[in-house]
Design a protein around this ligand. Sequence first.
Ligand code: FMN
Length: 501
Amino acid sequence: MRNTILSIFIISTILLGVLVYFVPDKGTIILLVLSSLFTIIVIKDSFQTKHSLLRSFPLVARLRWLFEEEREKIQQYFIEDDLNGRPINREKRSVVYQRAKLQKDTVPFGTQHDVYKKGYEFVKHSLFPKDHHHITGEKIIFGSDKCSKKYKSSIINISAMSFGSLSKNAIMALNQGAKMGGFAHNTGEGGISPYHLQGGDLIFQVGTGYFGAGKSVDGKRVFDDEIFRENAIRPEVKMIEIKFSQGAKPGHGGILPAKKNTPEIAKIRKVPQGTQVDSPPGHSAFSNFEEMIVFIQKVRDLSGGKPVGVKLCVGNNEEIQQMIKAFSKAKNYPDFISVDGGEGGTGAAPMEFTNYIGTPLLEGLVFINKLLKKYKLKNQIRIIASGKAIDAFDIVKYLALGADAIGMARSFMLSLGCIQARECNLDSCPVGVATQDEDLVKALVVEKKNIRVRNYHDKTIQAVKEMVAAMGEDSITKVTSDQVFRRRKDEEIVSLEEVYY
Ligand SMILES: Cc1cc2nc3c(=O)[nH]c(=O)nc-3n(C[C@H](O)[C@H](O)[C@H](O)COP(=O)(O)O)c2cc1C
């Protein structure tokens, strides 16, 4: 094939050269220039030794690469229907955009879901629905008997995403939106930046890299009491979250790609700029349950008594049971546990960790809920659930299964204008949400997007209230797993209570 393509281009160029000699007009000259350029590429491709496909199919194989690279865009723009886009389908993405922009969020003609398909889920409504204007339960108090500074928060908060992973404009818009709507914004493991300090309530996350909470000693990241305290006592910080693991890459630790590690981010994290920053997989501050409990209490004390939680994706069940048992035995425990599902999002993760490690949210959430009940800690430890919560049904379902509040990351990214380009790990996010490229970041106008963040939160709370009202309850806190149903087999519908409890 190579020789054929080579011959075609060389002969065409020679013939065009002859033509230009006899008819030297603009058109023939342009054709000759183009043909010469393509011939040079064909010759180059034919004799390079790196890519065998290109050696066999010079120039032509480049088209395949182009389609391969743009495959996702072609899929999203031309092939994807409302329900098959991944990880977040178009129907869910659209509802976020509509609620964020206060656009019409009704759908015409009827559901597109196949209600007879295995796995289809729904809630049952009451003959006596309530008035959604009077539904309560959208706020919740965090803080067990171990903590002196309790925090009243919304049941929907922005889950952890760092400055580094997200742009400064994205962080500012999220924080300002949180301030407007009276909900909380989790800093992510990258520490507190000036962009987080826009007046919105913060959940200060302490990851294994201890950014903003520690330093490097002999190449090892270690927790530092004073560095942590300085940040934790800020008035904006309402709660602390110690990250054990994250659903998208449990047992791995955060990854900040080198391209996104700008001088400013390197300064905030106190790491060398322009290098890939990998947080360690585990904490250096503790190595067993007893030390873990001491660490949680230390963090609580250093913060001045603020609620302290731990974030994890359920892994080894036996270990987690041991942990909860240890909390119960010591009569000392975190104020909340954030359960992240294996389906959770990330800026960058190894493929195997994203696809094959970590318990999915429903099973993880139910497992933690059962353990808290078993060890009589359910009234002390709140559960925050995160994992593709986008619309009111997702939220009601997670609350029904035992969550007290919901952490949402990617849906808030969508509210900022994310188009699911899936380039968060490349620094080329075309809408300026998950990049540090100054030109792209500028495109995200904080003063417009902060309102969308607030709107999305508020409209989603409203949608939750409407759903709960239709179910005949007067408070969001009253939904239970026997009110949510799933088609398990062709002719069998079961409640999630039967499935999980
Ligand atoms: C861009 C991005 C960055 C994230 N950064 C962090 C992080 O720093 N710490 C963390 O615990 N989780 C992080 N996460 C995970 C989210 O906090 C959340 O647990 C997960 O995405 C599930 O929520 P979602 O399905 O609503 O996105 C990140 C997620 C995304 C999409």
